[in-house]
Design a protein around this ligand. Structure first.
Ligand code: ADP
Ligand code: MG
Length: 613
């Protein structure tokens, strides 16, 4: 039988390798930025078009390349960074595999200009799909520029797999931020479609973090510092009250390389044990320096995971040093002798901003109708005031009746014996169980409502109606709110602005790093605004839905999630009643916006059966 094994031609091998190295425009950004850092640049410009799909260009003022190197750098396994296998154990560069440029050149149109400081002239090379198109001598400034156009031009399947510009742009920003945070002494600028998105002058670490994540960041940072035999730790963590809803500001760098580590993340969270609200995420920017021979960065192709020799010790040191820093911050007020202890506030009040008086006119208000609804449940009490228990029956749609209709018990009451309020309670008794469920008697037996899910449903439908049918009502703030966001977040907000306005937000200004809000939806309180927006941004991490319908839907879901009463909240009887009424007035009371059941019923027969034994 004849032999059938052949060596793959280089351009095919490169295309295959490219699959590992280049998943999306952000991968190109990462490789080019890292090469510029490795070349000793002090000034690096990143220029992209259409989220990097049309162009990724990186211009540096680093070492540049000789004519020979300029040609060689596109070969696979061509690197100036290691010579021997042992060099792997003393790495101080980002790259070392020598396959990034070969891979990128295999799947894009690439143009390179490079000149070394001591040379008169530089080299200009054009390469497309691994084929050299031209090579010229050119007058160039010192340093190197790589422009990568039409990524995946020869692999349509991959091109089609790219996500929307919003998503790809987010990935690019992530990579840019990681490199920029690792190298505060380098001047970075970043342009997207002609506008400057970041301009980060050389600075201290703290200033770099603040420049990357907007001006409000500074006050929330607590320094962390620790020197031990096996690791030195530097950086910042956020004060607990500034914790975020998402993990977008959590960074580990090991020897100036961004890494991900679930294990070290756990160590940080352990340091915050007991001082964070449920689900809250601290920001952290932690820089670990370890001897290069105690880590193995070779275990993951895109190199964001690394293996440490002594993980357990690292965990303990990290946790202890963060605890220490947070402790110092927490005990600080005790040393403040002039402080008036009468001014002490319970912990959770510390987060609340002073309440700003608002003007709000409720057109439906009738002083003779009934008790004023609590703010929390105001939302679904409009446009029509709470119905009586009996109205639950009216509100129920045919299809909600499947397992026995939810008809509430209708006792005869002679109201003359009671004042109004007593009558109501006597007739419509609800019980809250474990601050989680609301139980009430119904004609066929009993109904058990999950308070959090029920409220989510009510708020969700209310927001949707406001956004799609009605002009949402908005409460005017006397003093506009200034809210700061990172530039990524600002992008998202700009895209959502229209939908948000439909919910009742009034934007007075949108600036580069903050927005000024002068009106908010009626069912949101001022202290909830930033929480609502943060949750929304975190829910949209993976991209903004394309259609305006699903945009509204996402916003309504997210706001309902943020604002709904949580399990564990005590509800007054009136609130319980309002909630149940509101739920059964919904179009689809059976499930929460996240498709979880909102209530169950138990028929008397079911109860009888249980007692029959
Ligand atoms: P690696 O970074 O793993 O060495 P690359 O394919 O990214 O592999 O780059 C190959 C080589 O090209 C590098 O080792 C370096 O010598 C050279 N090179 C790449 N980018 C630059 C740059 N911006 N400035 C100077 N030299 C560069
Ligand atoms: Mg490289």
């Amino acid at each position: 039988m004849s032999s059938i094994i052949q060596l793959l031609p280089d351009h095919v091998a490169n295309q295959i390798a490219a699959g590992e190295v280049v998943q999306r425009p952000a991968s190109v950004v990462k490789e080019l930025l890292e090469n510029a850092v490795d070349a000793g640049a002090t000034d690096i410009k990143l220029i992209i078009k259409d989220a990097g799909k049309a162009l990724v260009q990186v211009i540096d003022n680093g070492l540049g390349m000789s004519v020979t190197d300029a040609r060689l750098c596109f070969e696979r396994h061509a690197t100036s960074k290691i010579r021997h296998a042992e060099d792997l154990f003393s790495l101080h560069t980002k790259g070392f595999r020598g396959e990034a440029l070969a891979s990128i050149a295999a799947i894009a149109h690439m143009e390179m200009k490079t000149k070394q400081d001591q040379e008169e002239l530089g080299t200009h090379i054009v390469i497309e799909g691994s084929k050299f198109v031209s090579q010229d001598v050119a007058v160039l400034p010192k340093g190197t520029s790589f422009a990568v156009k039409n990524l995946f031009f020869n692999i349509p399947a991959r091109r089609n797999f790219l996500k929307s510009d919003t998503v790809e742009y987010r990935h690019v920003i992530d990579e840019f931020q990681r490199v920029a945070l690792a190298h505060p002494k380098i001047h970075f600028t970043f342009y997207h479609n002609g506008s400057e998105m970041f301009n980060l002058p050389p600075s201290t670490l703290r200033q770099r973090i603040v420049n990357v994540f907007s001006g409000k960041t500074n006050e929330k940072l607590v320094p962390v510092q620790e020197e031990t035999e096996i690791v030195s730790i530097q950086g910042f963590v956020s004060k607990p009250e500034f914790a975020k809803k998402n993990r977008s500001e959590q960074f580990f760098f090991v020897n100036d390389r961004f890494i991900k580590s679930g294990y070290l993340h756990h160590a940080v969270m352990a340091a915050y044990d007991g001082i964070l609200k449920d689900g809250a995420q601290p920001s952290y920017f932690l820089y670990l320096t370890v001897p290069p021979n105690t880590i193995d960065i070779n275990i993951h192709p895109t190199k964001t995971e690394i293996k440490f020799d002594d993980e357990h010790a690292l965990y303990a040191i990290l946790r202890a040093s963060i605890k220490h820093s947070l402790g110092q911050f927490n005990v600080a007020p005790v040393l403040d002798f002039d402080r008036d202890s009468n001014l002490d506030t319970p912990y959770h009040y510390k987060d609340l901003k002073g309440a700003t008086p608002t003007i709000q006119v409720d057109g439906n208000f009738n002083p003779f109708s009934e008790e004023k609804p609590s703010k929390q449940f105001a939302s679904y009490r409009k446009p029509e005031p709470t119905a009586n228990w009996e109205s639950l029956y009216v509100g129920l749609k045919q299809d909600t009746d499947e397992n026995g209709s939810v008809t509430f018990e209708n006792e005869e009451v002679t109201s003359s014996l009671f004042n109004d309020e007593e009558v109501e309670h006597a007739v419509h008794k609800t019980y809250q169980i474990h601050k989680k469920y609301i139980v009430s008697s119904i004609k066929s037996g009993m109904v058990i409502v999950d308070q959090q899910r029920a409220h989510q449903r009510v708020l969700y439908e209310n927001f949707l109606v406001n956004m799609t049918v009605l002009q949402a009502s908005s409460q005017q703030l006397l003093f506009p709110l200034n809210l700061f966001f990172s530039s990524t977040e600002m992008e998202l907000i700009a895209e959502l602005q229209f939908s948000l306005m439909n919910t009742g937000f009034v934007f007075e200004e949108t600036n580069k790093d903050h927005i000024v809000i002068s009106g908010i939806p009626v069912n949101v309180t001022e202290s909830e605004v930033s929480l609502v927006l943060e949750q929304l941004l975190s829910d949209l991490q993976d991209g903004i839905p394309e259609s305006s319908f699903s945009q509204n839907d996402t916003i309504a879901k997210s706001m309902a999630k943020s604002l709904a009463v949580k399990t564990g909240t005590h509800l007054t009887e009136k609130e319980q009643e309002n909630l149940v009424n509101g739920l059964f007035a919904c179009k689809d009371p059976n499930v929460s916006p996240f498709q979880k059941p909102t209530f169950i019923t138990m028929r008397v027969e079911d109860l009888d059966k249980k007692f029959a034994l």
